[in-house]
Design a protein. Structure first.
Length: 114
């Protein structure tokens, strides 16, 4: 009975402590776009050369610390990137950034509703 109780509690709590990964990389022609912690970057898929890297936030520290949760998970700031026909979008910390696909320059910063 105790094992079943433990298993139920574990299954309810485990998703809270699951590792949050980076947004999946996006390939567009010979360019791969990816994000990690507080930046977005573009890489030439043929040569592996870094084309550009744009830091969206100066600090990768979490907004507030949660005991028991891995630190690198809490530092996850850029949680989603998506490609549009004219720009790359990166979401994190209640903002959406539009980046120029060729240079990585921030075109626009939008505050997310909420």
């Amino acid at each position: 009975m105790q094992f079943i109780r433990f298993l139920v509690i574990f299954l309810l709590v485990a998703p809270v402590f699951a590792k949050i990964g980076d947004s999946p990389p996006i390939k567009d022609g010979n360019t791969i776009y990816r994000s990690h912690e507080n930046y977005v970057e573009a890489i030439d898929s043929k040569t592996g050369k870094l084309l550009w890297r744009t830091f969206l936030y100066k600090s990768i520290q979490p907004d507030h610390y949660i005991p028991g949760l891995e630190e690198d998970v809490q530092w996850k700031i850029v949680h989603l990137i998506r490609l549009n026909s004219t720009h790359l979008e990166a979401e994190g910390r209640n903002h959406t950034y539009w980046l120029d696909k060729k240079t990585g320059k921030i075109i626009k910063k939008l505050k997310s509703p909420g």
